[in-house]
Design a protein around this ligand. Structure first.
Ligand code: A2P
Length: 334
């Protein structure tokens, strides 16, 4: 890979795409040039990068000639169609969609956990599901210390995870309610303002959603832990930004809160915020725009042996998407 790559962001105008541009700039990623790609609707829009206006171009089959690295976040069908074309043109793709995550030939990477896996790539590297990535930032250090057998978890997922349109839907519904107007819906099947929806992604015949099964499937691949089991309920909440997850984890080895805290305090990319007596625990409101995830409410699980409960929160547009993608790109340049 060119040490000063020509970088493209696919889906540059979306909630994650915008954060990818900001993250490349903030982390001083050594891009020699930035190309911004989106649909025909966005052609001519200008976005700032390092003080310069960059014009958005339409994504086309031949968009990747001369591009070294492409960060994709325009949805699964765009990735399925264009990522292989980009790879064929010699570009390395970091893909934020679920299209290739479980493909054996595609590394699925959280740099703090399995950064070395990027070396196996054949043109495409997958960025994990946001809720999975945030959960694993706290679970993996505990797994290393005590060997995790399984988890039971519930997520509290922000609307920005659905995309820019969902942020506007929450804003609009809050405004309609405050003004006493009828609430209108476009994105979610029910009102999201002042409500919670136990429904993220589509339902499978088992009754779980696809999103819920990503924790087990992607968790196994990222942690190199084929026996890992996860029973998850994913819930959309009226929070603009940052996902939270309540986790009960069962381990093979005996656990103590002290040993768990020691493992978590050493973990990269993770802050421990855990002083319940002072009302201190991770909150999505304060995790928004932060690179690190945060863990708290760490306690022995009273309903199982060798169990720990914890609460982890993180900005899903950053660690769950844009930051992790840029970290993967940094790993490629090492
Ligand atoms: P556009 O703004 O031109 O529609 P979000 O997840 O926030 O909804 O963003 C989705 C991103 O994917 C946007 O940048 C969007 O561009 C882009 N996108 C959606 N459909 C296409 C398409 N057919 N071709 C290229 N980019 C697309």
């Amino acid at each position: 890979m060119n040490r000063q790559p020509h970088v493209a962001v696919v889906g540059a105008t979306g909630a994650v795409g915008i954060e990818m541009i900001r993250t490349l700039e903030k982390r001083n990623f050594p891009a020699s040039k930035l190309t911004l790609l989106a649909s025909a609707r966005s052609v001519g829009k200008r976005l700032k990068f390092r003080g310069q206006d960059v014009e958005v171009k339409e994504l086309k089959k031949d968009s990747f000639k001369g591009i070294d690295l492409a960060l994709f976040s325009a949805g699964g069908s765009i990735s399925r169609e264009y990522a292989p074309l980009a790879a064929k043109d010699g570009c390395v793709v970091v893909d934020n969609s679920s299209a290739f995550r479980m493909d054996e030939a595609v590394p699925l990477v959280v740099p703090e956990i399995n950064g070395a896996d990027v070396k196996r790539h054949r043109g495409i590297i997958a960025n994990p599901n946001c809720t999975t990535a945030i959960t694993l930032m706290a679970l993996y250090p505990l797994h290393q210390a005590f060997n995790c057998l399984r988890i039971f978890a519930s997520s509290y997922q922000a609307v920005s995870g659905t995309g820019a349109k969902a942020i506007l839907e929450l804003e609009r519904q809050v405004d309609q309610i405050v003004k006493g107007q009828a609430v209108t819906r476009e994105v979610y099947p029910h009102q999201i303002a002042f409500n919670v929806l136990p429904h993220v992604d589509s339902f499978l015949p088992t009754g779980y959603t696809k999103e819920e099964m990503k924790m087990e499937n992607e968790g196994r691949k990222i942690m190199h832990h084929p026996g890992f089991r996860a029973s998850v309920t994913c819930v959309r909440v009226p929070v603009y930004r940052a996902h939270s997850v309540a986790v009960s984890a069962e381990f093979q080895k005996p656990v103590t809160v002290e040993a768990a805290l020691a493992a978590l305090k050493k973990a990269p990319g993770l802050d421990v915020i855990d002083d319940p007596a002072k009302c201190e625990y991770p909150l999505p409101l304060y995790q928004a725009e932060k690179y690190n995830c945060a863990v708290g409410r760490i306690r022995k699980d009273c309903a199982m042996d060798n169990g720990l409960c914890f609460w982890v929160a993180g900005d899903q547009l950053l660690k769950g998407a844009a930051l992790n993608a840029v970290q993967i790109a940094e790993e490629l340049l090492k």
